[in-house]
Design a binder for this molecule. Structure first.
Ligand SMILES: [Mg+2]
Length: 387
């Protein structure tokens, strides 16, 4: 098994500017990126590729034999984004080059702005994968659905009835503030896992492995631009790759959690909670209040590195009800206007423009004698974790 060549799937994304606000990628920028990747394919640097978008995010899906974090592949993605940015600037697109935080490439796009999800595996005789791509939200948005896919028997029947899944899965969880990770096994450590991933702004499921043989099942991009840049740049619209079938959850088990449009952080100005709405590619644009947060799912078969497909998986009436519910939740949340919990809490607002407004009010507060003073300020705008 180990003698077989390994295939790497790399999904690398960036917002390099969009049409009419933070709304949708312009086709000419996609064409520019496609040209770069087509040339790389003809030179044999990559085996295959697919360029797409969700909202204002340009998505590069690539296959190759160079492994995870290969400098050649990251440089290729970087130059595709650079070429797309040139067009973006020429057309005067909104926030042109937004996610490219650095002028110079230095071997790896991690930390430079783009989001990255990559996995390497020996292809099974049939290798179905799902590439999830979301706009107007953050990497922790995948915590709930990834947990349900790989650890919740009420979602994934295979955990109970398929001996190949029955041992469970291991979750590598990344602490985005401390750059540390911890690996927890399910089902036995399920409650510990939930204790941390229920804080999706900080703890993000990064990889999932099958416990019986350590085979990789899922990977999520964990980059958080705001933490990298130290100020609000945009949400870190995350991507994920999930393997399906034959020892992994079935395709339908992988998609099932998205029938529940759970609340995620992001939406307008990256400052609001809203429902994650599963949509087909044709609706992958951010409109209402710059959202609501959207996710698309493309299904491929990977054969000798070739990407067969895709199938637009949420392009199905079976997800109409989830979309309707998402609309209802969007209405309900919007009626809160600038109030929490629609608007994010103070620790998350730290990276937005709100602190500038608060700064202005700072000197207007006067002491009230004899009143109870809390040991800690109730409105704490500093990161609670940096105490
Ligand atoms: Mg975006």
């Amino acid at each position: 098994m180990n003698d077989k060549p390994k295939t790497t799937v790399s999904v690398i994304k960036a917002d390099i500017g969009s049409l009419a606000g933070h709304h949708v990628v312009h086709p000419d920028t996609m064409a520019a990126a496609t040209k770069v990747l087509a040339e790389a394919k003809s030179k044999g640097i990559i085996i295959d590729f697919y360029v797409t978008h969700v909202g204002d995010d340009l998505e590069l899906i690539m296959t190759h034999n160079k492994g995870v974090d290969a400098p050649e592949i990251h440089e290729l993605a970087w130059s595709a984004f650079k070429e797309a940015t040139k067009i973006s600037k020429e057309l005067g697109l909104y926030a042109a080059g937004q996610d490219l935080l650095s002028e110079a490439f230095s071997g790896n796009v991690r930390g430079l702005g783009p989001g990255v999800a990559e996995m390497e595996f020996v292809e099974r005789p049939a290798e179905p994968i799902v590439v999830f791509m979301a706009d107007k939200t953050e990497p922790g948005a995948y915590n709930l659905p990834i947990f349900r896919i790989f650890a919740d028997p009420f979602n994934t029947a295979g955990l109970v009835i398929d001996p190949r899944l029955h041992d469970g899965f291991k979750f590598e969880v990344f602490d985005v503030f401390e750059s540390k990770s911890v690996t927890l096994s399910t089902p036995e450590e399920m409650y510990d896992l939930l204790a941390i991933i229920g804080t999706p702004s900080r703890y993000v499921i990064r990889r999932v492995y099958r416990k019986s043989d350590n085979e990789i099942g899922a990977v999520v991009s964990v980059e958080r631009l705001n933490l990298i840049a130290g100020k609000y740049i945009g949400k870190d619209d995350p991507v994920a790759i999930v393997r399906a079938q034959s020892g992994f959850p079935a395709l339908g088990e992988v998609l099932e959690p998205f029938t529940f449009p759970h609340l995620v952080a992001g939406w307008m100005r990256g400052s609001h909670h809203g429902p994650l709405m599963p949509v087909p590619q044709r609706y992958a644009k951010a409109t209402r209040f710059d959202g609501p947060p959207r996710i698309i799912a493309l299904g491929f078969q990977v054969k000798n590195g070739r990407l067969v497909g895709p199938s637009d998986l949420f392009d199905d009436v079976a997800f109409d009800k989830a979309r309707e519910l998402a609309q209802e939740i969007a209405d309900y949340m919007r009626r809160h206007g600038p109030f929490m919990p629609h608007r994010l809490g103070p620790e998350e607002m730290e990276y937005t423009t709100l602190p500038q407004v608060l700064e202005k009010l700072k000197d207007r507060f006067v002491k009230v004698e004899g009143e109870f003073k809390a040991r800690k300020p109730i409105v704490e705008t500093k990161m609670l974790t940096h105490e």
